[in-house]
Design a protein around this ligand. Structure first.
Ligand SMILES: Cc1cc2nc3c(=O)[nH]c(=O)nc-3n(C[C@H](O)[C@H](O)[C@H](O)COP(=O)(O)OP(=O)(O)OC[C@H]3O[C@@H](n4cnc5c(N)ncnc54)[C@H](O)[C@@H]3O)c2cc1C
Length: 317
């Protein structure tokens, strides 16, 4: 507890890594990154399919990198390797399997409470992402269908009849990937897909025209039922279909309870309040990455947050 870190970063995703690496590059030495899982980048490891194409301009957002960390198109694997390299090259002090419970500011110093001990820091950056709790549909998922209703591809096999639900890049990528070895339908409530980037729209159109993928656009789902162990999907037009598996790709939720435990002020929609430097109402407490970006951030955006936060901290000192 004696050591006071200049910056303690909560979460080892692109946002947290960006802060830690920029700090070292810009000359801040006493930096600690704490990650609750056994390795960094859990969203990438858990929600990206193997060999997934990683686009720098995710969701069609063209992003110019502001800081010292480069980022480029690649794959899930090359992106993880790249982050490994950044952490190694810049000798980032990282604690894994270390989950932060809460942060309290006392006399200008933050006390960070974790399951691997408590730490002191002058500045704390919260970069815990949104995928700790993926978005769920408003209707109830029958508990008996827990194995067949998923939020990533971990449980998928081959030769299944699968419904992917969602209208963004991840839904399109999941659907196209699964359709290589399964019968796949993509359901989205909008009449057209507008959110995915041009590459994914093109891929979607190609798969549909080659009849590898069935689109079900402009219709929503009313409820799910268990039909002899399979998923009966009931649509808002009263029709239904039976699937072996349903996969929701609807993004993630704001970790409201955690933010409250860190005393971060929230707006009326439950989103964190912060200024142009990502600083919350508590001086020295920052928000980085997806939780600072309402409609789905990206790796490049998260890296830019890190640069902005670290330069702001340096300018204050
Ligand atoms: C399926 C899918 C595909 C995507 N494809 C792309 C793409 O091609 N290109 C792109 O730019 N973006 C892509 N994205 C978006 C990108 O992954 C996110 O924008 C990015 O990961 C956000 O980084 P982050 O650091 O904010 O959060 P995350 O990456 O979610 O990292 C947060 C980290 O914090 C840790 N954590 C959570 N709570 C605690 C706690 N209490 N204590 C300690 N640690 C904690 C988590 O374990 C996690 O490792 C994709 C997202 C998804 C879901």
């Amino acid at each position: 507890m004696d050591l006071i870190y200049d910056i303690l970063v909560i979460g080892g995703g692109p946002g947290g890594i960006g802060v830690a690496v920029e700090s070292k590059i810009l000359g801040i030495e006493k930096v600690l990154l704490v990650e609750k899982s056994d390795n960094h980048s859990q969203t990438i490891r858990k929600f990206y399919k193997d060999q997934k194409r990683v686009d720098k301009d995710w969701q069609g957002q063209s992003v110019a990198l502001d800081g010292n960390i480069d980022f480029f198109d690649g794959t899930k694997e090359s992106t993880i390797d790249y982050f490994d390299l950044l952490l190694d090259n810049h000798l980032i002090d990282a604690k894994f399997n270390c989950e932060v419970d809460k942060v309290i500011k006392m006399n200008d110093i933050f006390e960070v409470y974790t399951n691997c001990g408590n730490f002191l820091a002058r500045n704390v950056v919260i970069g815990v992402g949104r995928m700790g709790k993926p978005n769920k549909p408003s209707y109830t998922i029958p508990p008996s269908l827990k194995t067949q209703v998923n939020f990533n591809l971990d449980k998928c096999g081959n030769n299944e009849n699968i419904l992917v639900v969602g209208g963004g890049d991840s839904a399109v990528e999941y659907a196209c990937e699964l359709s290589q070895s399964n019968k796949v339908t993509l359901c989205y409530r909008g009449a057209n897909l507008t959110r995915p980037n041009p590459t994914n729209i093109e891929m979607f159109d190609k798969f549909v025209s080659e009849k590898k993928l069935t689109p079900k656009l402009g219709i929503d789902i009313e409820s799910l039922e268990n039909e002899h162990g399979k998923v009966k999907v009931i649509y808002t037009d009263g029709k239904n279909q039976i699937f072996d598996r349903v996969i929701y790709a609807l993004g993630g939720t704001t970790p409201v309870d955690f933010l409250k435990k860190c005393s971060v002020s929230l707006d009326e929609k439950g989103e964190p309040i912060f200024d142009e430097n990502y600083e919350t109402k508590i001086e020295g407490l920052f928000i980085a990455g997806d939780i600072a970006f309402r409609s789905g951030g990206s790796i490049a955006i998260a890296l830019n947050h890190g640069y902005r936060i670290v330069t702001h901290i340096l300018n204050k000192d």
